[in-house]
Design a protein around this ligand. Structure first.
Ligand SMILES: Nc1ncnc2c1ncn2[C@@H]1O[C@H](COP(=O)(O)OP(=O)(O)OP(=O)(O)O)[C@@H](O)[C@H]1O
Length: 292
């Protein structure tokens, strides 16, 4: 049996002294697999990625659960050991390529710094790897791009640079946090295809955050549907479209424009379903507080 690259068990996060943000989330991602986290805004998708990467906001605390990354039980490590364990194994592809790149530094060092300073690569090897990756993300003239500043590149090019930077250290896991949301539709398609191609070639596990079921269908083999920090349904992607079990999953699918029928009227997720799910979750929270 394949050992998962990432295994999250019963993760519950909350604001210090306040509301829960994730509720008993469990999921795993195998090498070479793309696991999509889908749900509406505020469902907790990004929070899962942040918990894995160890970059939770200071106001958020882990109430229970565990995260195992490439055999390391992260919660059992000291903060410094955890940072090192994550940095050597996991990369992030962020949502907004403009804010993710430092505007006053050239592209080259923004790719190679992590390899050299954090992971101990020789400068020559880091540069060679950066050039190789820029070529693989189909950037013409990688030498010139290495010497460019972010503002000299288009949005799509900047996202390609960030994909190259994420894959450069040969990570076992990539967290992709809505990496195509800031891009126009044609570029989105190319970027999705590129991430898919590289993760297949490198057999990288990917945790892919999106609010778009259309993107889920294109990129993932597994999917977890989130609502209010809780996994409503987790399944193979093909099954979730052919046999969605949970009413919220069914509603999300109905609310997604289909490429085959782009003009078909969409049905937003019904307000009464959302109200009912919120009531169920509030009752669960009261039950959990009672047990504690
Ligand atoms: N820095 C923060 N401090 C406290 N709470 C936060 C912080 N960032 C997000 N939250 C809260 O955590 C919950 C989950 O947010 P998260 O960003 O993970 O949602 P999401 O599903 O990724 O939504 P989106 O698609 O809008 O990014 C929300 O209730 C949100 O208000």
């Amino acid at each position: 049996m394949t050992v998962p690259t990432l295994e999250i068990q019963s993760l519950t996060l909350g604001l210090k002294g306040g509301a829960r943000l994730l509720r008993d989330v469990s999921l795993s991602v195998k090498p070479g697999e793309v696991h999509a986290l889908v749900g509406e805004s505020g469902a907790g998708k990004s929070m899962i990625g942040k918990a894995v990467l160890g970059v939770l906001p200071p106001s958020v605390q882990t109430l229970s659960g565990s995260i195992n990354l490439q055999g390391n039980q992260l919660d059992a490590l000291s903060p410094a050991a955890r940072r090192q364990a994550v940095a050597s194994v996991a990369s992030l592809i962020p949502q907004d390529p403009l804010t993710a790149l430092n505007p006053s530094r050239r592209i080259g060092p923004q790719i190679t710094d992590r390899l050299i300073k954090r992971l101990g690569w020789k400068a020559d090897d880091a540069r060679r790897r950066a050039l190789e990756l820029l070529d693989r993300v189909r950037i013409r003239d990688p030498q010139r791009v290495m010497a460019s500043y972010p503002h000299e590149l288009s949005g799509g090019m900047r996202q390609r640079v960030l994909i190259a930077a994420a894959f450069a250290p040969r990570p076992k896991l990539i967290v992709a946090d809505e990496p195509t949301t800031a891009l126009d539709v044609t570029v989105q398609k190319q970027i999705l295809a590129l991430i898919r191609e590289l993760q297949q070639q490198e057999q990288t596990a990917v945790l892919f955050v999106t609010h778009d079921m259309g993107v889920v269908a294109k990129i993932s083999q597994r999917v977890s549907v989130l609502f209010a920090g809780k996994v409503m349904e987790s399944s193979d992607t093909a099954d979730i479209f052919s046999h969605p079990k949970h009413p919220y999953t069914q509603a999300l699918i109905m609310a997604t424009p289909r490429y085959t029928h782009p003009d078909e009227a969409l049905r937003p997720v019904p307000a009464e379903l959302i109200a009912q799910l919120q009531r169920e979750i509030a009752a669960d929270d009261r039950g959990a507080a009672h047990v504690r």
